[in-house]
Design a binder for this molecule. Structure first.
Ligand code: PLP
Length: 464
């Protein structure tokens, strides 16, 4: 009986907007009708009203709408993880985006020297700025830091040995592992020391006529604590100098400003690593730097020039939109206080606890005004994280809004509301802890507060 009540495809198609491609409409109709048939077969659909033409057209329209909207779209990050790799890592300031926009919709001097009236270099737009900011002789930017490391090793150490401490053979995730990247570059990894302790003599004993580089890698996403020892950049430089071997460092996140005044544990900045003697340093554009995805290599001109000439450089070259964004972000770093204020990543990282408290109150006030049923709005102290595989031990004290549920079986519960938040428009990503939903406002932007409150309201009221 019910099967016969399913509307005909033609009847549904007639009611859908003309400007949507026919094949897409047919495909969605099929999907919805197939779904209805299997619900009837399994006995989960028993109400004939659900098969009325109006109801089915509405369902098809909803699915169409979802299919037509962009797959990659903005969302609200209420996790408190600042450089959230799954959520796009770093946000650009809006005026930086203006610079990207102008370069995107107009021709530009990407590879044109306006003074000489002839071909120029795309790298020139950020090279001077990077040298000015870091004190390096030369600089090169590529697609990301993984490419920077690969390209550096391939250029300077293919077929030769690179000495790395066993305590620094890190896996970043997404299959970036130092030993694997080393193998792909054609360089031969020479591991020295132990996981917890590596001494200068370990490096020294491993040096031979086939050694191309001494390399340090930032531990990034893990920490070795207890009985530990590692060799400083300046000691390693001293050793390299005696043997005529360059010393390079993969700094991972890479910072241009010292965050210790904001309660951060000390991490060498790019400038410090170079000052301590690194011949080359590489780091990411979109981790703690807070810019677009990019890999940045700074250091000795002689080495950077070799890397620039590597044909592989073309395969990992930086795109013009990224370049425009990177130049604009780097320009802000000329005034470090301004960088802390204007670059969202730095602003969120350096946000004091007091400020997170005010933000939590701001959201809670909005929510209380909405008089939501079945829930309680409260606060909890929590820990925000740097993210991006950087500073795993760094705890950023923060204050979150928590929504707890009164537990009526027909009412909302944490898992269902969290699912609805994710399905919302815009989606909201929050954390569940102890059957409560927690919103860490450190990573919520000022402009998002009204929208966030609305999304929470919808997610709670849509359930139960
Ligand atoms: C993150 C990281 C990388 C990779 O950088 P991407 O810019 O993500 O490609 C390489 N090395 C270290 C030590 C890192 O932390």
């Amino acid at each position: 009986m019910l099967f016969k009540k399913i509307p005909k495809t033609d009847k549904i198609l007639e009611r859908l907007p003309k400007d949507i491609p026919h094949t897409l409409k047919v495909s969605v109709c099929r999907q919805v009708l197939d779904n209805l048939r299997s619900q009837i077969s399994s006995g989960t659909l028993t109400d004939p009203e659900a098969l009325e033409l109006d109801r089915v057209v509405e369902k098809v329209s909803q699915v169409l709408e979802k299919r037509l909207r962009p797959s990659l779209r903005p969302l609200i990050n209420a996790t408190g993880v600042v450089v959230h790799t799954n959520l796009g890592r770093s946000l650009l300031p809006e005026d930086v985006f203006q610079q990207i926009f102008q370069v995107a919709v107009n021709y530009s001097n990407l590879e044109y020297d306006l003074e000489a009236g002839k071909r120029g270099s795309r790298y020139s737009h950020v090279e001077e700025l990077l040298c000015e900011l870091t004190g390096a002789e030369s600089a090169l930017v590529v697609n990301n830091n993984a490419a920077a490391v690969l390209l550096t090793l391939e250029t300077l150490a293919r077929g030769k040995e690179v000495i790395v401490s066993r305590g620094e053979l890190v896996e970043i995730g997404g299959s970036f592992r130092i030993p694997d990247v080393m193998a792909r570059s054609g360089a031969i990894l020479r591991e020295v020391g132990a996981t917890n302790r590596t001494h200068l003599r370990d490096y020294e004993n491993a040096i031979n006529e086939n050694t191309a580089l001494l390399m340090k890698v930032h531990q990034s996403n893990f920490a070795v604590v207890g009985f530990t020892s590692k060799v400083s950049m300046s000691d390693l430089k001293e050793l390299g100098k005696r043997h005529g071997i360059p010393v390079i460092e993969d700094l991972g996140s890479g910072n241009l400003v010292d965050l210790t005044p904001y309660g951060f544990m000390h991490e060498p900045t790019v400038q410090e690593s170079l000052k301590a003697g690194a011949d080359l340093v590489s780091f990411s554009g979109d981790k703690m730097l807070g810019g677009p995805q990019a890999g940045i290599i700074v250091g000795k001109a002689e080495l950077v020039d070799k890397i620039k000439k590597n044909p592989m450089n073309r395969a990992v070259r930086i795109d013009k939109l990224t370049l425009a964004g990177l130049e604009a972000i780097l320009a802000i770093y000329r005034r470090p206080e301004e960088a802390l204020r204007r670059i969202p990543t730095l602003r969120m990282l350096s946000m004091p606890y007091e400020e997170t408290k005010k933000r939590a109150e701001r959201l809670a006030r909005r929510l209380r005004k909405m008089k939501l049923g079945g829930v309680k709005i409260g606060y909890r102290d929590t820990i925000s994280r740097v993210g991006g595989g950087a500073m795993p031990l760094q705890e950023l004290k923060s204050r979150a809004v928590v929504i707890s549920f009164e537990g009526a079986s027909s009412g909302p519960d944490a898992a269902r509301v969290e699912r609805r938040l994710r399905a919302g428009d815009p989606p909201v990503i929050a954390r569940i802890e102890d059957e409560e939903i927690m919103f860490d406002l450190r990573t919520v932007q000022d402009r998002e507060f009204p929208v966030l409150a609305q999304c929470i309201k919808k997610a709670i009221e849509g359930v139960g």
